[in-house]
Ligand binder design. Sequence first.
Ligand SMILES: [Zn+2]
Ligand SMILES: [Zn+2]
Length: 285
Amino acid sequence: MVRIDLHAHTTASDGSLTPEELVRLAKQQGVTTLAVTDHDTIAGLSQAMAEGEQVGVDVIPGIEISCLYSDVELHILGYFINPDDPHLEPALARYRASREDRNPRIVQRLQELGCTLTYAEVKAAAGTATVGRPHIAQALVRRGYVSSVSEAFDRYLADDAPAYMPRLLPSPAEAIGLIRQIGGIPVLAHPVYASRLKEPFEQVCATLKGLGLLGIEAIYSSHNRQQTDRYRSISRNQGLLVTGGSDFHGEAKPNLLVGTGYGNLAVPAALLEPMKALAEARKEA
Ligand SMILES: [Zn+2]
Ligand SMILES: [Zn+2]
C-alpha cells in the first residue's frame, strides 16, 4: 500500500525532529507524500522540500494556522501554499507575536502557583524553535515539578488546567482567507477537537465552508473508526474534500509515528488527486 501523511511538525514549530530528519523518517516509514504543516510558520519548508528531493519523498508545502471560533481554538491546515507569497510573512509575524506574548504570561502564572521557573529556561528548552507549551512542560520536568511532559499538561498547561492562558488568535475568516490568498487549500484539522464547541459540528462546517474552507481532516491519528466514518460522511454531504494525517510531533507525542499514527492510521493516496486538481484549478482561476 502506498502510504501518505498530510500532517506533520518539525523543530520549526513544536516538533522534535528537524525538517530533514522528519523527511528521512517518513521515507523509512514508507511514506511517499508528506505534507509539512508547522504551526504559524513556513520556516521548515525549504529544508524539507530539498531533503524530499534527495531521498524521494514528495513534500507538499503546508502550514497549520490556529484560529478562534466562539472561544474554542480550531486549527486550519493549508496545503499547496506558495511560501513566497508576500502576504504570508507579515500575517505570520503577527500570529507568532501573539503566541510569544502568551508564554511569559503562562510562566508568570506558574510562578504564582508556586513553580520556580524562569522564562529564560523555557527559551533554552526551545532552542531555535518557536516557544510553545511543550517547552514550558520540558522546563517543568527539568525542575522536577512533574515527571513527564504529559503530566505537565494534565496538571498545569492543558486548556482547562490552572496555568492555561488564552492567546489572541485570528478569526476563522482570517485564517481561511490567508491560506486561500497564498494559493492554498484550507482544511479543518483534527475535527474531533471541534467537539468542544456547543454548536453542532455540521453547522460549524457549513459556517467554515461559507468562509472558504475546502476540506476536513476526517482521517486522523486519534479518531476511531466511527469518528472517521462520521467526518467522512459529513465531508461528502457538504461537498468538502477528505484529507488525513498523523499530526506527528516526535517526542512531544510519544508512540505517535509519521505515516502510521498510533499504529492503525492509513491515509489513502487516492485522496491526493482531488486535492491536486483543486489546487491546480485555483491557480488557473
Ligand atoms: Zn492542530
Ligand atoms: Zn498539527
